[in-house]
Design a protein around this ligand. Sequence first.
Ligand code: GAP
Length: 546
Amino acid sequence: MQMEELVALCRRRGFLFQSSEIYGGLNGFWDYGPLGVLLKRNVKNAWWNDMVESHNEMILDQGAPSTYEMTGIDCSIIMHPQVWKCSGHYDLFHDYMVDCKESKKRYRYDHVKGRWVKGLKHGEAGTAAQELTVFITTMETEETQQALEQAAMKFFGLRKKDLESLSWEGEIESISSLDDLSQVVGPDAHHPGTLTSPREFNLMFKTTIGALGGEDDFSFLRPETAQGIFVNFKNVLDSSRIKVPFGIAQVGKSFRNEITPRNFTFRSREFEQMEIEFFCHPEESEKWYQYWRDRRFKWYTKMGLTSDRLRLREHEQAELAHYSCGTADIEYAFPFLPEGEYGELEGIAHRGDFDLRSHMEGKLVREGDQLVLQKDANGQPKYRGSGKDLTYFDDQRKERFVPHVIEPSSGADRATLAFLCDAYTVDKAPTAEKGADAERVYLKFHPRLAPIKAAVFPLVKKDGMPEIATEIYAELKKHFNVQYDEKGAVGRRYRRQDEIGTPFCITVDGQTVQDGTVTLRDRDTLEQRRVKKEDLLSELNDRMRM
Ligand code: GAP
């Protein structure tokens, strides 16, 4: 599938628009249109329902070390600045960036990729050609040799037929693996050596609270929903009868001032997360980590991401975040990534007791395999914690401990994007319905995710058919999101619904008027069955639960 085709469909049919489009757009921000809002809400609802609401704390889940409870929370986006100091985000949540002095553009250090190349640079008129070895770079998502050749042609002033005169050396690599940037030609530059040394750039959006706006009045838009859960751990315990092991779930907006937002909604500056912080006894934490890894992977497959583009990858030790003693990513081979590369959909992290202890004692750092209080130059705690007791007393074990945390953290926008990519299907097979040549594009969403569950059509606008169809529509509308359409040939109407992923179409025809049956058409198989009008609701309910 070509990503451009999906992006065009998303815009044309109202799934996704660029934010502030009429003013030229705003990089890294997206608006969900009438169908997009339904799709993303269905993703979030399916997650919330499967993880929280329908979880039965009395039944042992397959693979779970014991029964457990689940509950939810909805925290504010702006929190006390101390939260971000103790969580580590204030000091550590940064990317490295480089600026280009020539193009005035800014790039994420590890995202600029290139390769060494030697060639004759043809100067401006009248100047002699000069032999140069430079590191040619690109920010293209497909960091292929082809993209680098284009960049090299521009730099050396060559035509395509002269490409053979260049000699390439080494492999394609990120500029972050080079010791010196003086020979690097920036992605949009004409000269080498215009990239600055890498600098740290904190990804949190800073904001001012209140009218006075002094240095003490700043805080940040949350870069993750997780911290709201940790700082409310005691409130949840004290206000409910919940017992460890249990999970607190939250769905909400997060903000990161990404240096290079890109790949449609994949890396945005404003996005939604669906996070669970699962609290358990330290000795059980490894088993819970395994459980959540496997459970979350199965969830994506159950929701239709069945293709071999989905995988579960355990992190190497060096990749682990500062707090983590084990992380696995659920990844999807998005079509905008180079062949063989995967993008993260969700991370499942074993966070140990880092978060609760940091909010209790102050910001911790790892020393060997210990977490110790980070000190300033005077030997005082660098960032003080709340001083509140965030331990848990287990009255069965008769033991007090700081629970360990397993965190399945998923992106609602990335999940929605993966479902869109995976659903996009082009059907070229000849069928009676569409004829031999016509191509059929459809979104093969799981019925739970489909924005519109069914469409109701009268075959023609006469002979009592519209009246019956509107009756069916009114009845089904009480239960699902259903559309009514009587415009154009019925084949066209099917195509319109296929393209937005509606799993079922119901057509009222001449026979309906006589025997009360309608045709129920399946989006994926194109099979049409006659069903009694009064059985439609239960039939759709059954198929929706697939
Ligand atoms: N609390 C842990 C945490 O936030 P993360 O891996 O930084 O971990 C979790 O983020 C998920 O949030 C990612 O797997 C991804 O789905 C989503 N996410 C992170 N940054 C994002 C961005 N800039 N745009 C869209 N989604 C993003």
